[in-house]
Design a protein around this ligand. Sequence first.
Ligand code: ADP
Length: 506
Amino acid sequence: MTEFNPAAWRAFSDAIGSQWVLTTETDRQSYFDHFAQDESLHAPAGAVAPANAEEVRAIVRIANQYRVPLWPISRGKNFGYGGSAPVMQGSVVLDMTRMKAIEVDRENGTVLVEPGVGFFDLYDHLQENDIPLWLSVPGNSWGSVAGNALDRGVGYTSYGDHAAQICGVEVVLPDGDLVRTGMGAMAGSPAWNLHHHGFGPSWDGMFCQSNFGIVTKLGLWLMPEPGAVAGYDFEFDQPDDLGWAIDTLMPLRKSGLIRQAPSIGNWLRSAAVMTRREEWTSNRGPLDESVVTAIRERFHIGWWSVQVRFYGDEEVVDASMRVLDRAFDNKPILSKLPARWKRGDPPEGSPMTGVPVSFPLANSNWHGGRGGHVGYSPVLPPSGDLAMDQFRRTYALYEKYGMDYHASFAMGERSLTNVNQLLYNKDDADMMGRVDGMFRELVADAKAHGYGEYRTHIDYMDLVAESFDFNDHALRRLNVKVKDALDPNGILAPGKSGIWPRGERP
Ligand code: ADP
C-alpha cells in the first residue's frame, strides 16, 4: 500500500461532503476497538460516511485512485471481534450507519435492509407498522442486521443462523461495479429476496466474512409471528452434566423438532451480566468453589444452563413440549422453569422472542476497570463426549492462565460451537499479559483436534486462517486468487479473515 495521500481526503470530501469525512483525533478514536488488547494496533486513519450506494461507489473509485485501504462497517458493534476497527492500521473506516432504508415484504416475510439498520431500528419499524414478523437478534443487539449476518452472527430463535437467512445482496465490488445476486441479477425481479439462488453460481456466501465486496443492501428472511412459543429454562448442577444434556437434546435438534440452536452456557455466562467479581471475593486468583456456589445460589443458576424453545402453531408447540418432557424424563436436572408466550400476550422482552437487548454487554464489567473480552469459538461434532473433552481441556487452560471460565456450547443441526469469552480488565496489566498466550494456546489446542474457529477477533485472523491448512493451505490460495482478480489494488479490508492483497501478504 502506498503512503496515505492527503489529496484522498479532499477527493472524499468533494464526493460526499466534508462533514462526512471524519479525520479529527476524536473521530478516529471513536472507531477504535475499545475491547482490543492493544487499540493502537488497529487504529484507523479516519472514516468516511456515505449516504447511499452511489456514494459508496464514488469512495471506492477514489480509494483505487489513491490506493487507500477501506474497512467497511455497517454499525461497527462487532464487540469481541474487533468492533469498528480495521485489521490494518491506517485504513479508512467506511461507515455505513447513515444508510438506514428498510423495505419489508410483509406478505412473504422478508426484509431488504441497508447496512445502517440496527436491530432496534428494525424492531421499532415492525412494531410501529404493526407487521407480524419477528426478528432474530444477537445477545448484544446494538449492532446492525446486515453486518451481523455478514459476519455470521447468531441469535436465539429458529432463524438464529443469520447468514443462512440472507437471500440476495446488492454489492459494490472493489472496482466500483454494482451487482445484485440471485434473482436480483434480473432487473426488476420480484423474487430477489424470496429464492436463495439465481441462475448459475450462487454468490451470497462469498460476501460473508470476506473482503470481496461492500454490501449496500441485504435481503433477509424473518419469522412470521408464531401462534405460540413454549419451552424450558433448564439448569444443571454439575460440570459433568454437559455431556448427557447435549446427548439428550441433539437427537431432537437433528430430527428438526428443535429448530433453534440451544446454547448450554456455564454459570459465569449467566452471572457476569448480573454481578461483578469484586462483590464476591477480593482474591484475584482462581475462584473458590464456595464463591461459585454462593453466586449460583443467589441467582438460582446451574453450573450449566440452557434455554430450549419451540415456535409455531399452539398444537404443534404443545406436542413438541411432550416430546421434550419425555426426553428429559428421569434425567438428573437441577430445575426447569417453563416459558410460555401466546399470540396476543405482550412482548416477552427477551431475545428468545426476538426482542433486541443490550444487557449482555454488562459482562465486560465482571472484573471492573476498563472491561473487555475476546471470543474464542471452535466448532466440533455434536457429541456429549467430545464436548466434555473440549470442556475439560479448555477449563484446564483457563486455570493455567488464571482466567475465569466463561463458555457455552451452541447446538447447530449437525455441530457444536464452543463460544468462549476471555473476560478481562484492561487496567490489570498482569491479567492482560496472560491473554494473548492463552488465546494462542486455545487455538493450537483446537487445531490439534481438527477444530477450527467459526469467527475471530481482528488480532487473530491470520492465526486462525493459518489453521485451515488442508492441502498446504489450498483454501488460502483460492481466497487470494479471488482477491487478486476482484481487487487488484488491494483497497478492500486488507487482512480480513486472513486474506491479504498482493504485496501485503505476511
Ligand atoms: P455490527 O454493527 O452488526 O456488529 P459490523 O458493522 O461491526 O456489524 O460488521 C461486522 C463485520 O462485518 C465488519 O467488521 C466487516 O468486516 C463486515 N461488514 C459489515 N458490514 C459490511 C458490509 N456492508 N459489507 C461488507 N462487509 C461488512
